[in-house]
Write a protein that binds this ligand. Structure first.
Ligand SMILES: [Fe+2]
Ligand SMILES: [Fe+2]
Length: 163
């Protein structure tokens, strides 16, 4: 089945959203690195790389279906946050937004009877469950830590293990 224009447009929009996510997490990595929180920075760098991989998954899928990839400007992310908790609350809020975007994309695929796109999106739906859970888990830890140095150092160490 030839891929429909509406689906092509929606996937291109999602490529931009994933690249923005990658950019946002890279900005967060730089924010942490500037204050020498290298574990938090490492976690964010890995997260940024994963978002780039998400963009590439949509990119490859669109090409495979014979659709044209159209890249558009990526919005500049914020560069300052108030605290580690502030950053991870922003991560959680952002992931909720992305889940909404994936659901919108699923709606377009269904309206256009595009079962292949619907099937491809299943991976992303499952991935968002994980992304939201990861963000919440770190937010909860930071709430327990309440900004105390000992807890922050331990969490920095733990998150720095991410490969
Ligand atoms: Fe993503
Ligand atoms: Fe994500």
């Amino acid at each position: 089945m030839v891929i429909k224009d509406k689906v092509i447009k929606a996937i291109n929009k999602q490529i931009n959203a994933e690249l923005y996510s990658s950019y946002l997490y890279l900005a967060m990595a730089a924010y942490f690195a500037a204050d020498n929180w290298l574990g938090f920075a490492q976690w964010m760098k890995v997260q940024s790389r994963e978002e780039n991989a998400h963009a590439m998954k949509f990119y490859e899928y669109l090409l495979e279906r014979g659709g044209r990839v159209t890249l558009s400007a990526i919005e500049a992310p914020a560069k300052e946050w108030k605290s580690a908790l502030d950053v991870f609350e922003a991560v959680y809020a952002h992931e909720l937004k992305v889940t909404g975007l994936i659901n919108d994309l699923l709606k377009v695929a269904r309206e256009e009877n595009d079962t292949a796109t619907e099937s491809m999106l299943k991976w992303f739906i499952d991935e968002q469950v994980e992304e939201e859970a990861n963000a919440v888990a770190i937010v909860e830890k930071l709430k327990v830590i309440k900004g105390f140095a000992n807890g922050l150092l331990m969490l920095d160490h733990e998150l720095g293990e991410r490969k």
